[in-house]
Design a protein around this ligand. Structure first.
Ligand SMILES: [Zn+2]
Length: 426
């Protein structure tokens, strides 16, 4: 048997600039006509901005379209943004977010196939081959993670163990008994597995590949998980509104940024305040337009995720897609303390550099009359003091939050995506 290619879809992943532009233009044209003809919501949305399909004559005209935000999804709950007859739907996923009003994404057969295709590319990019066994640790439910990994595994010819979350001892048993090669989930759960193995004095399973999404994690956290679980960790990207995990890409083995599947999505990076495009290399809010989705396509969806374009040329891995920096944080996560801007991920990076500090932490922000006070609670091994933590944070962040050290296993844990930032008003 010949060795499978390093690409799942070589033509799509190594397109020339011209091929890509032609494909993206065709996809944009088709999507605009589709939403205009089939969605009263989109027709209202475009008409309110004074735009009709005929006004969009090139990829550059994309900027004439109005932005879409999470608020549109919430206002149109449950299926107000649907662009196909309801009987064409086959699946849905939903996220709740901070206000509790759900965001729904519905899928036709073709949408599920598009999702699986994006995921299959990520699997292959991470080095997984047909016949490899993977363990899927996000829950199988409304959250898109479990099913996203699953649909992609079917397409990529992988043997999927739908372990879902929880019961770490059983997770480890499955990894060992079924010779799991790839661990799928959120990075905080990988950290949890390490913790539990350490606590029970169990040997670490030999994995090889980990694909982690839904949370932005620091390089220092990545290194820890890689070293302790003996795997190579990949940062996968995607969200409910674009169609789920993997749809908007993953970072490759060369670690030159997140490869966006740009035959399926158009990417813009804009100033979060003005909405104007920012130059490549400048931090801004990433905006996606789907080019191939049927049930609930998005036109210029503002993700709130902050990143920058890091490359448009061929990557060391051979792919030619647009590359984004790993996500730095979310617009609403940015903290400003004493005039210094920072993201929770930078706090995590600084914490993980301290020997003996463990991966469970909380950032507690107390606001009094508009002035933020920050306290960092972190678990650490014996010998690490609050003073050590504060000193290092001061060096790395430029200001000095209070640091409280907790015994291992004492901070509250969340199932699935970890909650790190807590805001309080005094
Ligand atoms: Zn690459």
């Amino acid at each position: 048997m010949s060795t499978p290619s390093q690409y799942w879809n070589e033509p799509a992943e190594t397109m020339s600039v011209d091929e890509r532009a032609a494909l993206q233009w065709a996809g944009l044209r088709r999507t605009i006509d589709h939403v205009w003809s089939n969605s009263p919501f989109y027709r209202r949305h475009l008409e309110a901005a004074g735009v009709a399909p005929g006004d969009i004559r090139s990829l550059e005209d994309l900027r004439r379209l109005p932005f879409l935000t999470k608020d549109h999804f919430r206002a149109e709950y449950p299926l107000g943004m649907l662009c196909v007859p309801r009987e064409h739907l086959r699946e849905m996923h939903m996220s709740s977010g901070s206000t509790g009003t759900p965001v729904v994404m519905a899928y036709t057969d073709a949408d599920i196939d598009q999702w699986a295709e994006c995921m299959a590319r990520c699997y292959r990019m991470a080095g997984l081959r047909p016949g490899d066994t993977i363990q899927i640790t996000p829950t199988f439910g409304l959250f898109n993670g479990g099913f996203g990994f699953y649909h992609g595994a079917r397409k990529a010819g992988l043997f999927a163990i739908p372990a879902s979350s929880g019961n770490t001892v059983r997770q480890v048993m499955l990894m060992r008994d079924f010779a799991v090669r790839g661990l799928m989930g959120v990075v905080s759960y990988a950290a949890r597995i390490i913790e539990e193995l350490d606590a029970k004095g169990l040997a670490l399973p030999d994995l090889g590949i980990g694909i982690f999404g839904a949370e932005s994690f620091s390089d220092a956290m990545r290194r820890r998980v890689e070293q302790r679980l003996n795997l190579r960790a990949f940062d996968i990207y995607g969200m409910t509104e674009t169609g789920g995990v993997a749809t908007t890409g993953m970072d490759c083995g060369a670690r030159q940024g997140l490869h966006v599947w740009d035959d399926h999505y158009l990417t813009e990076v804009v100033d979060p305040v003005t909405g104007a495009p920012v130059p490549d290399g400048t931090l801004g809010e990433v905006v996606f337009t789907s080019l191939t989705r049927e049930a609930m396509p998005v036109l210029r969806y503002r993700t709130s995720d902050l990143t920058r374009v890091v490359g448009r040329g061929r990557c060391a891995c051979g792919r030619t897609t647009l590359r984004l920096d790993r996500i730095q944080g979310r617009c609403d996560d940015m903290l400003i303390v004493k005039g210094v801007n920072f993201f929770p991920k930078q706090v995590e990076q600084a914490l993980m550099e301290i020997p003996g500090v463990l991966p469970e932490y909380q950032i507690v922000i107390t606001e009094t009359d508009g002035v933020c006070d920050i306290r960092v609670n972190v678990e650490a091994e014996e010998g690490v003091t609050g003073f050590v933590v504060e000193k290092h944070l001061k060096e790395r962040l430029g200001f000095s939050p209070k640091g409280d050290v907790f015994k291992p296993g004492t901070l509250p844990r969340s199932e699935g995506k970890a909650r790190r930032v807590f805001r309080r008003t005094a």
